[in-house]
Design a protein around this ligand. Structure first.
Ligand SMILES: Nc1ncnc2c1ncn2[C@@H]1O[C@H](COP(=O)(O)OP(=O)(O)OP(=O)(O)O)[C@@H](O)[C@H]1O
Ligand SMILES: [Mg+2]
Length: 397
């Protein structure tokens, strides 16, 4: 990640762009990569090219289509792109609508140099902070959260973490943030003495040393920070301690896997913001899809980038129900959905014995699908998850 903030601007005429460029050239740490004249076609490619950090957009009160494009951009990429709007003349309700959809700030024209420079300087220092936080970290965070209770997110988090640790010999920490009903430890037949609550309650002491004192080890090599699994108040799950735990965890572990409760408080939101990918676990039922849609429609409003969210269709049936995988894709607007087949025998046997599914029946449908999911996460993190090449490209490579 370069420290320079990449800015793209859209104005109705060259003059506006030149004026902005003159002001931005005085802010250190910015690079104005392109100034475009607004046209329908350019706007629709917003977000499809490499994303800039900042988009500057000149608004025209009548261009509903442009406003919708901006809304779409913010819905998909809020958290990674900051949008600023400038205008010569627009109605007040449009200004309000811009604030509502998540535009960072609005600048009437003529542009005020001082005001604009301080907004940009602030954006540059926020990016530097983000870079600093990720430096020295070897790990990435993957979250599992269920669209509806009991769809299998804990099972998948545990089994994926197990495959990464055992088969791939990766350093993996599985954190159970489901404070009240977390059952990660039980599902692996572990009897922990410390829990994640011990870290949440003393955020100022959280570092890699404290985490290593709190973890429980599984025979496979997997490390676990279990939940207390009692009626601890979810208020204990606050943003600051969660951030400190994750920042410490990624220093020591290549993979930090989270089992999250489906409860969107400050701590869970912080964990989601840290995670890429966020695995939203669904089943083929109308109720699950409805919940998943509510979650997907609202995540960007709480600052979680939708581009990090991926869907898993767990307990997928061979003879599909009325809700097919294609229906899931179209309703939830995702091109790809990971699939883990329904495998009652393997799931129950693993659960009864307190073992990961790969240790119970390596050849079962469930073990095979979990293996594929773990490998996807492994490659995505290590950066070799290249787009599948076409047949001819592979042939002549
Ligand atoms: N692919 C699968 N095939 C068959 N059974 C499964 C599969 N995945 C999970 N299960 C079973 O579904 C049940 C619920 O799973 P799990 O506890 O992981 O769900 P959850 O989403 O974490 O639930 P909660 O909302 O309580 O946290 C368990 O009995 C588990 O064994
Ligand atoms: Mg669970």
């Amino acid at each position: 990640m370069s420290a320079d903030l990449k800015v793209v601007s859209y104005f109705f005429d060259d003059e506006g762009g030149r004026e902005l460029a003159a002001i931005l050239s005085r802010v250190e740490g910015l690079s104005l990569t392109s100034t475009k004249v607004v046209s329908e076609e350019q706007l629709s490619t917003l977000g499809k090219e490499e994303l800039p950090d900042v988009v500057f957009f000149e608004l025209d009160g009548h261009a509903e289509r442009h406003i919708q494009d901006l809304e779409l951009l913010l819905k998909e990429h809020r958290g990674s792109v900051s949008v600023y709007v400038t205008y010569k003349e627009v109605a007040l309700d449009l200004v309000r609508r811009m604030m509502r959809i998540g535009v960072m700030d609005i600048f009437p024209q003529p542009l005020q140099t001082q005001e604009l420079m301080s907004a940009m300087a602030h954006a540059v220092s926020a990016k530097r902070e983000r870079i600093k936080a990720s430096q020295g970290a070897k790990g990435g965070v993957t979250a599992f959260i269920d669209a509806k209770g009991g769809v299998g997110s804990t099972t998948l988090a545990v089994n994926v973490a197990h495959v990464l640790a055992q088969k791939h010999k990766a350093e993996v920490l599985l954190i159970d943030f489901d404070l009240q009903f977390g059952d990660v430890a039980i599902s692996l037949d572990l009897h922990p003495r410390s829990t994640v609550l011990d870290a949440l309650r003393q955020p100022d002491r959280v570092d890699t040393v404290l985490l290593s004192a709190l973890i429980t080890k599984h025979d496979s090599g997997l490390d676990i920070l279990p939940s207390p699994g009692n009626l601890t108040s979810l208020d204990e799950l606050m943003a600051d301690p969660v951030r400190k735990i994750l920042q410490a965890a990624v220093q020591d572990y290549e993979f930090v896997i989270l089992d999250l409760p489906r409860f969107f408080n400050a701590g869970v939101i912080e964990a989601l913001k840290f995670s890429d990918p966020v695995m939203l676990v669904c089943q083929n039922s109308l109720e699950t899809i409805r919940n998943a849609k509510v979650i997907l429609d609202n995540l960007s409003l709480i600052g979680v980038s939708l581009s990090a969210v991926e869907l898993i269709n767990n307990r997928a049936m061979a003879k599909s129900s009325s809700v097919t995988i294609d229906k899931l894709k179209s309703t939830l607007g995702k091109e790809r959905i990971h699939r883990v087949r329904n495998d009652y025998a393997a799931a129950v046997s693993a659960q009864d014995q307190g073992l990961p599914v790969a240790s119970v029946d390596k050849k079962s449908d469930m073990a095979k699908d979990v293996l594929a999911l773990a490998e996807y996460i492994l490659h995505a993190h290590r950066g070799d998850n290249k787009k599948k090449q076409g047949f001819f490209a592979r042939l002549f490579k």
